[in-house]
Design a protein around this ligand. Structure first.
Ligand code: PEP
Ligand code: MG
Length: 862
């Protein structure tokens, strides 16, 4: 049927996740499986998009909602708006991509004074009826009318006066309802709406609008979720966890979301409703506690979770409610999990026969692997934690303390910060993004801070009750700390330290290694590393690099012993003077190359000759010590140094510099070979070439030096493709090149005319905020523009020379989406920083599996 906006959970699901949202599709699928789910219906994302376009609910939607409410009444035998036995519903947001806590939910819609009275009489439980009613007024007031939550919370806490919310008497709750209605009237100037239909339609509008609230926008930007998707809305019959001891609510995972270990994991709160668990109203119990208090519901939960994992063939997390010992599931989705948990779960599921190795490879989000590649606290350091909380999201982080999200953003510009909060709320999202790590006093493993930090791969220690917060101070272990004081947190163990603690680089564990080996079986792209010294080279091999794709030799020109000689070379008036300095640099370069060749033991090593403009090796003019230096600095000054005398232009102006470098490379290769080492496969790479003639001349220089120094050793000569002209004239350039390596940092800079050094600080951040651009092109390859130039270069280059070797060594070589593009383009390899090598291995495998039709997997959607 055209233009249909509403589907019952038990109707055939048309349109899937994109249309029904993650929550809607989960509820529909569970309904079809016969899992106990309350009745209800989903209003589609189409309706949300129409609402955003038109500014109001689209034509026909109200009528459809009425029809589906009528069906719900028939099904439940209750009437919406009735004062005798009222049907109550919740309205829950649910986008196609999971955005935990970003949008809004309202519970208990359908209550008013008379209905609350009726509900109290029907259930013989006035406490429950008025507790539900006060929650409705509060949530409705906050979500629909934007009333500050503190208005309601402070009324509630002054009534409690230190008691638990469950200790309030029915009379007190009835009084609280009156107080809340007064607050509502004061804040909005009108009475709380008593009409159930009116409540429902206003709630639907508010949830649609919440798609565009600032925190949801920030979250989408951080996770690369398009703004146009919109959210679905689920209208669900209420089931009540706040009916007393035989009721409750909780969240559960089919496996431990921190470690991936098998076995039910989660938290449960007796006599509570919906959001209480996440909001940290009372500290929840571990799920195991349900085994004694509610054995039947617990048994049913265990069995249902097993079924769900088998059905989805993936780790699930669910929200559930128990009403008078009856279990209901309110949501299921692929569980948000740490990278370690994702790997362990994937490996176990292969062992259990639940999924194949190929599927296991597609189940891991490559970007998330970064988490495991975070520094850890040095296990050999003797350090005493000042406090301990929950190990909510792994990795260690040090930074200055900040107490609110805005300050986190502000101070993060000048150094790492750790965000310290009583607990986080969705409004803190920008601060969480800016911080290196998050520490909260309150809240469990499923609290907002824990869930969001795990999703972002940020270290987080939650529920650190030993920490107390004052006005602009934090006290840990008897020490009072202020904003800016440094602490270290270890999200893997929950420890908190005062000051900076030594960190060590991460290691790849067995599960990680297993998945990577499976990935290696699938991928076609080779993965190399960008490394400039033997340590990085050795580390990159540990991570599985198959060679070095970029060794930037200018890094070898710095260092106390070398820089003065480099400066002497730059200041020399004659070629003779330059050669004399270069002769002294040569042994340094040679020994660096020997170290790298030895570490790479016969694998290919691409060495790029000097690239930056020479002024980068001289001090600023006002720091220069003598007049000669100052005048040289002035002579080298250029208005656009990035478009100036750099790259191969330096090599052609001062051939003796490149000659020394080539000689050092050839001698190093020979020395390693003569010592019995595997001869390296050396690839000499010339930067910033735009014309065939540039490379032709430099090739001649390379060959003649090589013939003098190491005639018996193989080598290749090639160029970076980082000037648009080089991409366009790739056919003729390939005549004198054995390989191309795309330098997409410069190619992006030159294609977009965005300065690599300035754009982010000047206009690019604003472009991203305003949505002029969806992604930072220095992070994620601009496939349409820069990518098209690459495609032209590949076609023209390989057209002229079919065996031309092709790679990428710009930053994009370590970014999953860009890697997928490089796979599609038919490159031979990607090269990235050593820590990104594992991620690139996985991303390359996923690209190959996608091409083979194994599809892509949306991790943790819901
Ligand atoms: C590039 O431009 O992409 C590149 C790898 O070179 P560099 O970053 O050293 O300019
Ligand atoms: Mg470059």
């Amino acid at each position: 049927m055209a233009n249909r906006f509403v589907f019952d959970f038990d109707e055939p699901t048309a349109g899937g996740r994109d249309l029904l949202g993650g929550k809607g599709i989960g509820l529909a699928e569970m309904t079809h499986m016969g899992v106990p789910v309350p009745a209800g219906f989903t209003i589609t994302t189409d309706a949300c998009r129409a609402y955003m376009d038109e500014g109001d609910l689209p034509d026909g939607l109200e009528r459809e909602v009425d029809e589906h409410v009528a069906r719900l009444e028939e099904r439940t035998g209750k009437r919406f708006g009735s004062s005798d036995d009222p049907l109550l519903v919740s309205v829950r947001s649910g986008a196609a991509v999971s955005m935990p806590g970003m949008m809004d939910t309202i519970l208990n819609l359908g209550l008013n004074d008379a209905a609350a009275e009726g509900l109290a009489a029907r259930t013989d439980n006035a406490r429950f009826a008025y507790d539900s009613y006060r929650r409705l007024i509060q949530m409705f007031g906050e979500v629909v009318d934007g009333i500050d939550a503190h208005r309601f919370e402070s009324a509630l806490s002054s009534l409690k006066g230190g008691r638990q919310d469950t200790d309030l008497t029915p009379e007190e709750l009835r009084g609280l309802v009156e107080t809340f209605k007064d607050i509502y009237r004061q804040e909005t100037g009108s009475h709380f709406p008593a009409d159930a239909r009116d409540q429902l339609l206003r709630a639907v509008r508010a949830v649609f609008s919440s798609w565009d609230n600032p925190r949801a926008q920030v979250y989408r930007r951080a996770h690369g979720i398009p703004d146009v998707l919109g959210t679905a809305v689920n209208v669900v019959q209420m089931v009540f966890g706040n009916k007393g001891d035989r009721s409750g609510t909780g969240v559960a995972f089919t496996r431990d979301p921190s470690t991936g270990s098998s076995g039910l994991y989660g938290e449960f709160l007796a006599d509570a409703q919906g959001e209480d668990v996440v909001a940290g109203i009372r500290t929840p119990q571990p799920i195991e506690a349900m085994r004694d208090s509610l054995p039947n519901a617990f048994g049913q939960l265990v069995q249902t979770m097993r079924r769900l994992e088998e059905h989805y063939r993936d780790m699930q997390d669910v929200e559930f409610t128990v009403e008078d010992e009856r279990l209901y599931l309110l949501q299921t989705r692929s569980a948000k999990r740490t990278a370690a948990a994702a790997l362990k779960a994937a490996v176990s599921m292969v062992e259990e026969g639940l999924i194949t190795r190929e599927e296991a490879v597609t189940r891991i989000d490559p970007a998330q692997l970064d988490q495991l590649l975070h520094p850890m606290i040095d296990p050999t350091a003797t350090v005493e934690p000042a406090a301990k909380g929950l190990n909510a999201s792994p990795g260690a982080a040090s930074g200055g303390i900040v107490f609110d999200a805005d300050t986190a953003v502000e101070r993060a510009r000048s150094g790492p910060v750790v965000l310290v909060r009583w607990e986080t709320t969705p409004d803190d999202i920008h601060g969480m993004i800016a911080a290196e790590g998050i520490l909260t006093v309150h809240g469990g493993m499923t609290s907002h801070a824990a869930v969001v930090a795990r999703g972002m791969g940020k270290p987080c220690v939650a529920g650190c009750e030993e920490l107390s917060l004052g006005d602009g101070t934090a006290t840990i272990g008897g020490q009072e700390l202020r904003e800016g004081d440094v602490i270290t947190i270890d999200g893997g163990t929950g420890r908190v330290f005062v000051g900076r603690v030594p960190l060590v680089p991460p290691r790849i564990n067995d599960d990680f290694e297993t998945v990577l080996v499976w990935a290696d079986d699938q991928r076609r792209l080779k993965v190399r590393a960008n490394a400039d010294n033997p340590e990085d080279a050795a580390r990159s091999r540990e991570f599985g690099a198959q060679g070095i794709g970029l060794c930037r030799t200018e890094h070898m020109f710095f260092g106390d012993e070398r820089l003065p000689v480099v400066q002497e070379m730059i200041l020399a008036d004659s070629e003779r003077g330059r050669r004399s300095a270069l002769d002294r640099l040569l042994p340094f370069q040679q020994s660096d190359f020997e170290g790298i060749f030895e570490a790479m033991a016969g694998l290919p090593v691409t060495i790029r000759l000097l690239d930056p403009p020479l002024h980068e090796f001289l001090p600023a003019e006002d720091e220069a010590t003598d007049e000669k230096m100052r005048s040289r600095i002035r002579a080298l000054r250029e208005s656009n140094p990035m478009l100036g005398t750099r790259g191969c232009r330096v090599g052609l102006m001062f051939p003796e510099i490149y000659e020394m470098q080539i000689r050092a490379i050839a001698r190093a290769a020979r020395a390693v070979h003569e010592r019995g080492g595997e001869p390296p496969l050396v690839e000499v790479m010339h930067p910033l070439v735009g014309f065939r003639e540039e490379l032709a001349r430099l090739r001649e220089l390379t060959e003649s030096v090589w013939a003098e120094e190491a005639p018996e050793l193989d080598h290749l000569v090639g160029t970076m493709i980082e000037v648009p002209r080089a991409a366009l004239r790739a056919d003729e350039i390939s005549e004198v090149a054995d390989f191309f390596s795309f330098g997409t940092n410069d190619l992006t800079q030159m294609t977009l005319a965005f300065s690599r050094d300035d754009a982010e600080g000047k206009f690019l951040t604003r472009y991203l905020e305003d949505g002029v651009l969806e992604r930072n092109p220095f992070e994620v390859l601009d496939v349409e523009g820069v990518g098209d130039l690459m495609r032209i270069a590949v076609e023209r280059g390989r057209g002229a020379k079919p065996n031309l070797k092709l790679g990428i060594c710009g930053e994009h070589g370590g970014e999953p989406r860009s890697i997928a593009f490089c796979h599609d383009l038919g490159l031979d390899y990607v090269s990235c920083s050593p820590f990104r090598v594992p991620l690139a291995r996985l991303a390359a495998a996923q690209a190959a599996l996608k091409e083979a039709g194994s599809g892509s997997y949306v991790a943790a959607g819901g």
